[in-house]
Design a protein around this ligand. Sequence first.
Ligand SMILES: [Zn+2]
Length: 206
Amino acid sequence: MTLTQLKSSSFSKAAEEIIAAGLFLGAKGWAPATSGNYSMRLEDGRIAITVSGRTKGALTAQSIMIVEADGTPCDNRIPSAETLLHVGIYHVYPDCHAVLHTHSLNSTVFTKRYAELDAIVLENYELLKVFPHIKTHEARVSLPIVDNAQDMKALSATITPRLAKDISAYLIRGHGLYAWGRDMTEARAIIEATEFMLGCELELRS
Ligand SMILES: [Zn+2]
């Protein structure tokens, strides 16, 4: 296989997985009004990411483009407005190959209702075992919550120092949830489990 063929097969596989993730997350109601964005790191280090403004439950291969590792677009389309947040996560976690971002009711309500919190502690949930490094429900994970901003450079600079080795998700207040994994299967499991635990926390605290 030539390098060009390798690059193109890596992109095709990533595009398929991103489209499937969009169907899954869109059906959950976690991508209202074209919100959310999804990406995968390609074998050559570049990033396949959703084009800005596409309906996430109806993505096609044309809805996904490639950006350089620093987020610079590789064609004249406009990548997700939050591309720099994906870039930041890939930079901090060399093992990470998939990043998903939802705009869910639970992540939005939780972070607005508990506006004084700068983290959410998830403790003693069976589903915590979805996170890498965790083998038992007797675990405690603190996920950062950062205030929302439209300046992605500033937002990335705020969140990056808080990306500890053992976390796989963070929340943006009044906005949504980011989660990532070593592959798309893991990223999907982590975002679904985190959304579930956020729903539990809202029920438990109400
Ligand atoms: Zn967003």
